[in-house]
Design a protein. Structure first.
Length: 274
């Protein structure tokens, strides 16, 4: 498989599966767009393996070894071929790709987190690392300033994912909401299982939302370091995620009866409102 074929495949994966990221990716110039689709397709593949009923540890370990060897040894896999080219073109830190797989491997070993400190490390690996990898493609004016902000923005998006996906994660046997916070607000796992939370649910989720807001504000300090089109890309998906947070708040954090999602018009409004 040559590079053009590989990028065609990662572009297809992105167009078909990137519900909240595809808009932003489209506004990037060609080389950056291709590199981001390679990163997205890789993250999607790893996430899908982690979300199998029995997480695919052996496959994840294989991916860990493969990305650790890049840009060599692509073995003809479209995602690896595209990633190898992206790494040659942009200063993507190789450890970020390994971090993502390590985060997925955490899903093989545990399904609860005692505190935000523990959960934060998981989020840093599965989302913060992706933010850093993408920031390398955006080519910020100051890498030292951009890297921590990009990581924090990734944490914000993952925090919102966790809030949105409580019911789906429960179906996989996972509760990402920190155990000490469940206890503090008097929310039991039985309430999550039945989708009928008691009076502590709203305050618990508002606590999560306040954290997401703070992380988002800090992460968006990345924008002044980016060129115009990269800024539009980041504003697009950050706005959509903030729109999801606004929607969850408006629904009183009922994430059980209907999965939070935005229509096309709502996404456009959310991006403009950021």
């Amino acid at each position: 498989m040559n590079t053009e074929q590989a990028y065609a495949e990662t572009d297809r994966i992105t167009r078909e599966t990137a519900r909240n990221f595809a808009w932003g990716i489209r506004v990037l110039p060609g080389p950056k767009r291709r590199a981001i689709t390679a990163l997205y397709a890789f993250a999607r593949r790893i996430d899908d393996l982690a979300d199998q009923e029995e997480p695919a540890r052996a496959e994840l370990e294989s991916w860990r070894a493969a990305v650790g060897a890049l840009p060599a040894s692509q073995d003809g896999d479209a995602i690896l071929v595209a990633l190898a080219d992206a790494i040659r073109r942009y200063p993507i830190p190789p450890e970020t790709l390994v971090d993502l797989v390590d985060g997925a491997l955490m899903d093989c070993d545990r399904n609860r987190y005692a505190s935000w400190d523990e959960l934060r490390e998981y989020c840093r690996r599965v989302a913060g690392a992706v933010g850093v990898a993408c920031a390398a493609v955006y080519e910020p004016s100051s890498w030292e300033a951009a890297r921590p902000r990009a990581q924090t923005l990734g944490l914000a998006l993952q925090q919102i994912n966790i809030m949105r996906d409580v019911a789906e994660d429960w179906s996989l046997g996972r509760v990402y909401l920190p155990q000490d916070e469940l206890s503090r607000f008097g929310v039991s796992e039985e309430e999550i299982a039945t989708g009928s939370p008691g009076p502590g649910w709203g305050p618990l989720m508002e606590h999560q939302a306040v954290r997401a807001d703070a992380l988002m504000r800090k992460g968006l300090e990345l924008l002044p370091l980016l060129d115009r089109r990269s800024t539009l890309c980041v504003r697009s998906f950050a706005g959509i995620y903030r729109g999801l947070l606004v929607q969850m708040r408006a629904r009183g954090y009922d994430v059980f009866s209907e999965p939070p999602s935005l229509s096309t018009v709502e996404k456009m409004k959310a991006v403009v409102a950021l």
